[in-house]
Design a binder for this molecule. Structure first.
Ligand SMILES: [Zn+2]
Length: 114
């Protein structure tokens, strides 16, 4: 499961911060990922619950921000954000488009700690 390795590296980062900033509890992890990335949120939460047991991040809440799909159109040069990948420009209808955002992997943006 892909989510297991993502959570693993997430916990390593948290651990690293904890040893430098000496906090004792992690309340919430703010994460972001592309809407089209193949990370499943339920699997992610499940993997986190299991792997965070016994670590400083145990019981922390995951707050995941989904970044929109961004489509660039070669025909009219516009960039549109949408919630799904439509291979047609919504402004001019051209099919000469490329995906420039929305497939970002999971990233730790911020965390609430005590
Ligand atoms: Zn266009």
């Amino acid at each position: 499961m892909h989510e297991l390795s993502l959570v693993n590296s997430l916990l390593e980062i948290v651990d690293d911060y904890a040893s430098r900033e000496s906090f004792k509890t992690v309340n919430c992890l703010h994460l972001s990922m592309g809407r089209l990335s193949c990370v499943d949120r339920d699997s992610l939460q499940f993997a986190f619950d299991v792997q965070a047991k016994g670590t400083i991040a145990e019981g922390a809440r995951l707050s995941v921000e989904l970044l929109p799909a961004v489509i660039y159109c070669f025909a009219c040069g516009c960039e549109t954000r949408q919630n799904y990948f439509d291979a047609v420009c919504s402004k001019c209808g051209s099919g000469q488009v490329t995906l420039t955002g929305g497939t970002e992997e999971l990233r730790l943006v911020d965390m609430d700690v005590d």
